[in-house]
Design a protein around this ligand. Structure first.
Ligand code: HEC
Length: 494
């Protein structure tokens, strides 16, 4: 027998051995992925399909299909570099803006192309993600403390860089609180999905997106967003696994904030932490006791001993819990001293299930991230990637980034009568008649206009805050919703 014949038998043997030793392929699934520039405004795809493969076949890659071929254990080195990934395995997402703060005190998201790949071996699943940072900054300063000589404040937010993709957004001059300075990457994997969001043509994470702006007060006196951040599954029992990587809070611990999302109503935030210790601790007296003022609680032992806090403008970059000490009573800080808001510590338990190695390149403004988790953690709050029945791959075309000209016409015909010329809403006698929707995402519009939501809300009328009136069913497609959103997001909120 010639050499290639031998090789052929050898590869057949490998397959048989693999099957015999019980390492069958995990079931395919629908999932969601989003990238957030500075905390609130995210872009990505609410519905993707993950196709496991015994042998890599990149020909099935589509705007909504990500492949996960089998690799040999240890062939992927966790180092935040993607040179050991086959470049043909990457899917480029038709990324869309998915923010949901309709009067947006935050500046808008920009849909940068996001590339994603996956792989699995006998024990682990891997993901690789890379994207150009929308504001060309690594955003490592969420809520950074700064001392003005008398008091502590949150350092100003990194301004929008004119040359960055976010440089053209319409509300780029909005004043932002420094607490938003953080990039994030979200994955959502369904576990119980009776509502059918994770299926061909379903809404994916869009079915759970932040609802109910009606609960917000007068936009002139109240920041829209404060009371509206609720995010939860729509039916009791539905639950999804949530991977939440954060550039400030979990990055230094090489992990992410592993959690899950459960059912709730109205403004209830159904995002729950998995069991175990979080990789971050807030450096804030108020976080430890809400009767205390909001100010830093800890400093670095090393910088304290070196007398650095007497130097104007001195900055402690990273604060680790085992190298931190409480601020001594009566201590004086020089003006301009900066302290981190997040204290780094080891995550434990199921909170630390996912290992993440991330790398920001200030030359190319690219983030690259590698994720690794056990296929089955054994925790009921984690999605297990195990063999089982697979849903069929998507047949409907992926929802594409919106067409604003088409959206303008749809809005004028179908929405303007209630939501106003530019989606500014109608606020009369202290209540919204129809809320503002200028920064609503396509996902939120699709969810709001869907008959499912109307039917569900009718049965739980108590979820409705004043004005206790429901939007009527507007029969539009998800692509229509995306087109409307892309026009709305170009309208000024001032
Ligand atoms: C007949 C009046 C009316 C029309 C027409 C209408 N809306 Fe609404 N809309 C409302 C009311 C009332 C609410 C608040 C109650 C609710 O959420 O159902 C609302 C809420 C919303 C919300 C916020 C949902 C939330 O959870 O906070 C969005 C987004 C929205 N509408 C988008 C649209 C779009 C896009 C159109 C056109 C395709 C449209 N609406 C047409 C009256 C209307």
């Amino acid at each position: 027998m010639n050499r290639s014949g031998l090789l052929h038998i050898a590869s057949l043997l490998t397959i048989t051995l693999t099957a015999a030793s019980g390492h069958a392929m995990p079931a395919d699934l629908y999932f969601s992925m989003a990238v957030t520039e500075n905390s609130h405004n995210h872009a990505g795809s609410n519905l993707l399909f993950l196709k496991f493969q015994e042998k890599a076949d990149p020909s099935v890659i589509a705007p909504s299909v990500v492949i996960s071929p089998r690799v040999n254990g240890n062939s992927i080195k966790m180092d935040g570099r993607l040179d050991d990934w086959d470049q043909r395995w990457f899917t480029t997402l038709e990324s869309r803006v998915m923010n949901n703060y309709p009067l947006s005190e935050f500046y808008d998201a920009t849909a940068v192309p996001i590339q994603i790949a996956s792989a699995y071996d006998q024990e682990h699943i891997y993901f690789a993600v890379r994207f150009e940072d929308a504001n060309h900054d690594a955003s490592l300063q969420r809520r950074q403390w700064i001392f003005d000589g008398t008091q502590w404040h949150n350092a100003p937010h990194t301004a929008v860089r004119p040359e960055a993709p976010a440089g053209h957004v319409i509300n780029k001059d909005a004043t932002l609180a420094g607490r938003e300075d953080e990039d994030q990457v979200f994955f959502m994997f369904p576990m119980v999905d009776q509502e059918g969001n994770f299926r061909d043509g379903g809404m994916g994470c869009g079915g759970y997106c932040h609802p109910n702006l009606v609960a917000s007060g007068d936009p002139k006196t109240h920041l829209i967003g404060d009371e509206t951040a609720g995010m939860h599954t729509s039916l009791p029992g539905d639950v999804a696994d949530l991977w939440h990587w954060t550039s400030t809070r979990s990055n230094l611990g090489n992990t992410l904030k592993d959690g899950h999302i459960v059912h709730g109503e109205g403004i209830f935030n159904g995002r729950m932490a998995d069991d175990g210790q979080s990789p971050d601790l807030d450096n804030d007296l108020k976080a430890q006791n809400k009767d205390l003022p909001s100010q830093p609680a800890f400093i670095s032992v090393k910088d304290f001993q070196a007398g650095n806090y007497a130097i104007p403008g001195f900055k402690t970059e990273i604060l680790r819990q085992d190298q931190a000490m409480p601020i001594p009573a009566g201590m004086n800080f020089a003006p301009g001293v900066q302290l981190p808001y997040s204290i780094v510590r080891p995550a434990t338990g199921s909170r630390s299930d996912v290992m993440v190695m991330a790398n920001y390149d200030p030359g190319t403004f690219m983030w690259t991230l590698e994720f690794k988790r056990a296929l089955n953690t054994g925790d009921a709050k984690d999605r297990a990637f195990i063999p089982g029945p697979s849903p069929l791959p998507p047949t409907l075309p992926a929802v594409l980034p919106g067409n604003p000209e088409r959206g303008a016409k749809l809005f004028a015909d179908l929405c303007k009568s209630c939501h106003g010329e530019q989606g500014e809403g109608k606020f009369e006698n202290g209540a919204w008649i129809a809320p503002p929707n200028q920064r609503a995402s396509g996902s939120l519009i699709a969810k709001t206009t869907s008959i499912n939501r109307i039917e569900r809300l009718r049965t739980i009328a108590h979820e409705m805050a004043p004005p206790k009136r429901l939007m009527s069913f507007v029969p539009i497609s998800q692509q229509d919703a995306e087109d409307i959103a892309s026009w709305l997001q170009r309208q000024s909120t001032r």
